[in-house]
Design a protein. Structure first.
Length: 76
């Protein structure tokens, strides 16, 4: 199955990740995709926050494409 977020695409966090002091709206780059079974969400590794040498792993529901984020911000 094709990943929802392709490798090297830019995504936005939909929620804070306090362990890394990351806030909702932070932008990162997808560097890995972890396909899961139908009962679980796919996972992604993200890099490119203002944290050198750190890769953050998230579930699909924790991120959104930059394009979709911009559309939603226009509505608000």
């Amino acid at each position: 199955m094709k990943p929802k977020f392709p490798l090297f695409s830019e995504v936005v966090l939909l929620q804070d990740i306090p362990a890394y002091k990351l806030k909702r709206g932070s932008v990162a780059t997808v560097v890995e995709h972890y396909p899961m079974t139908e009962l679980q969400q796919d996972g992604y590794s993200l890099e490119g926050f203002n944290i050198p040498n750190v890769t953050v792993e998230v579930a699909e529901s924790q991120i959104i494409s930059v394009e979709q984020w911009q559309k939603e911000m226009e509505i608000l």
